[in-house]
Design a binder for this molecule. Sequence first.
Ligand code: SF4
Length: 349
Amino acid sequence: MNTGKVLIDWYHKKKRDLPWRETRDPYLIWVSEIIMQQTRISQGLPYYIRFTEQFPSVQKLAESTLDKVYLVWQGLGYYSRARNMHITAQNIVSALDGKFPESSEELLKLKGIGKYTAAAIASVCYNEKIPAIDGNVLRVIARLYNIEYPVDKAMGKNMVSTISIENLRNNDPGTYNQAIMDFGALICTPTQPNCKECPLAGKCMAMMQNTIPNRPVKSAKTLQRPRYFVYLYLRNKNNTLIIQRQKSDIWHGLFEFPLWEYNSPIKPEDFIAKKEISNITKGLTISAIDFYIPKVHKLSHQLINSLFIEIVTDKLPAIPNSKIVPVNKLDEYALPKIIENYLTKKPKK
Ligand code: SF4
């Protein structure tokens, strides 16, 4: 069965009113696709608006500093996406005369553009007959065709891809890809799909065979590695110390308080008693010490357990690579969400 036409008819009546639906400009489609990865529309939409206001073209993005891009991106997470966009914008301007490649194969060569994004841009902007397959599409197809193989493994993925290519036949590819995306987000949702409103209920094989709660089948979940961070929030009057992250690790290029990482949880008193910490505060007059343990910060492959130690001193110590900034100017720096949350949620004294 080819379910493409039904999905497109449904889409024309029910599609979400989103700014990037009104355009076939590859720059805007690219920005929307990258921002919306792993992000809910309600969260991503204001970022899309702000980002395209600040950087209305690939040229403007290429001309910007990375720090400015990070600032616009702040709070959205997965900062490598912003970094890769900046690199790719510069590459398009310098090597491709400011024009996006017009095929998914060429788009795939650009940094940060994977199969899904390349297919989305190529189908929407250049009418390439290629399915854009993300988690929404895997779920919808796995249910409609009652696929019993894990959709995150080769066999299941190939089945979804073959069915999607068939569905694209005789249909506008960009519209089909956007239609199935919206259908997955609005009707065939991960939990409690709205089968009563579903225009494909009569054709849904998972519905007929009563397997909806078990579709899509997934293989074992990826383990999230726990990490244990201790941040030292040193304060003197209205000033504090921050350091820009340099390593090839999460949050590369963002600013944070001096950080120590351990293999297991550490108590605040044990951290403060460590020689390296007492060396830092040696000779300083400490007027207050406080600590705060926020909820675990979940990333796709990591669980960040953090402890914030706030120490108020008569002057700030010298810590390599750190810089002194006024606390009320911290919002001028791109900070990881975990630091932002701490600054807004820590108990006020
Ligand atoms: S009937 Fe339900 S499970 Fe099947 S495609 Fe429609 S919404 Fe999804």
